[in-house]
Design a protein around this ligand. Structure first.
Ligand code: MRU
Length: 354
């Protein structure tokens, strides 16, 4: 099993995903600012993994606290604000710091600092473990929906599936969200081949998803992001499934830049397009996708390819890291509680509050 992150003995350990698949470098740190840097630089990335890493980052921060109990509230509040400022789009990050805050709120008055820190460490482990379990449930619900929607095709042959970015163990702790669905579908004999789009500019699809699929021996082919339409036109893709960084009440879904274009192509070609994500990725405080903050990253991510200059340093660049796919283009949002189809306002409210 790929060990994307772990935490023990006060040390946060992560696989630095910037060097994959060519080098497997595990980094250990006890410094919360280094952990924040790992989130910012995408050394650890993917919405559920960002959430779990944020929980552990808060634990690193509180372990470093040297003052007395009276000074702790201000320190803790600044710490959470620093963690929250690391990346704006994946709501799992804020979900995790809110969970840590809830443990603090419930126990600060009664507990010693040592006991409180113990409870917060347990909460961070729970965030991680819950995401592992969520992946298994998402996979089960996803496979059921796909069997139902693609029953006619499955009578005659296996399916070809498109996915984008990386939604596997590297992004989620467990077997993955979209990639978890694909893994289980493959185990059940439903999948012929996975098509993984490269996910410019940081190549999470080409580098990371391909690496995970190769690891598992699942047949796949990588494509450039702009190739999905021709593959759909030629009947080389039967359905698409991706993850999400934030899903609003109406089903609008922020995910890695390029997802929206795949979804438009899928609709044009009559191909079902699914989102697979844990409930921690749903943000029903936002009614629609235009409210989601979209991360804009450094221009050099485009002007350079992994350190090699490919455009002049002065080339003006727009580098949105995410886009928003309207819920109307999404056939189903597969969560650990159920696969929501139809009216997202009702269904997503049910899975969040039910
Ligand atoms: O910028 P990244 O690599 O963190 O973006 C990741 C994605 O967009 C994933 O598709 C998303 O977080 C879902 S992970 C299950």
């Amino acid at each position: 099993m790929i060990d994307a992150i772990s935490f023990s003995g006060g040390t946060f350990r992560y696989l630095d995903q910037r060097f994959l698949p060519l080098k497997e470098i595990h980094v250990e740190t006890r410094d919360y600012q280094e952990a924040i840097e790992a989130i910012k630089t995408l050394a650890v990335r993917g919405a559920p993994l960002i959430g779990a890493s944020a929980g552990y980052t808060v634990v690193l921060g509180i372990n470093a606290y040297q003052g007395d109990k009276a000074g702790f509230p201000a320190y803790f509040s600044n710490l959470c604000a620093e963690v929250n400022a690391s990346r704006p789009t994946a709501v799992n990050l804020f979900f995790a710091t809110r969970k840590m805050q809830a443990v603090y709120d419930a126990n600060y008055e009664a507990d010693s600092l040592e006991t409180l820190i113990g409870k917060m460490t347990a909460e961070a482990h729970k965030i991680y473990n819950d995401e592992v379990e969520n992946c298994d449930r998402i996979a089960r619900h996803g496979v059921e929906l796909i069997k139902q929607d693609l029953a006619e095709v499955l009578k005659t042959r296996k399916l070809n599936v498109l996915t984008h970015c990386n939604t596997g163990t590297l992004a989620c702790c467990g077997i993955g969200t979209a990639l978890g669905v694909i893994r289980l579908a493959y185990q059940e004999g439903l999948i012929e081949r996975v098509i993984t789009s490269e996910s410019r500019p940081l190549l999470q699809g080409l580098r990371l998803t391909a690496w995970e699929l190769e690891h598992d021996g699942i047949p796949f082919a990588s494509i450039s992001d702009s190739s999905s339409a021709i593959l759909m036109q030629r009947g080389m893709i039967d359905f698409a499934v991706t993850g999400a960084d934030r899903i609003t009440a109406n089903g609008d879904t922020a995910n890695k830049i390029g997802t929206y274009a795949h979804a438009i192509s899928a609709r044009y070609h009559g191909i079902p397009f699914y989102i697979a994500a844990p409930v921690s990725t749903i943000d029903i405080t936002m009614s629609e996708g235009s409210q989601i903050p979209i991360e804009e990253r450094n221009a050099d991510e485009l002007r350079q390819i992994f350190g090699n200059q490919v455009a002049t340093p002065t080339t003006p660049v727009v580098n949105f890291a995410f886009d928003v796919t309207p819920g109307t283009l999404i056939r189903g949002i597969i969560t650990e509680k159920e696969a929501v189809t139809g009216n997202y306002n009702e269904g997503l409210e049910r899975v969040v509050n039910g």
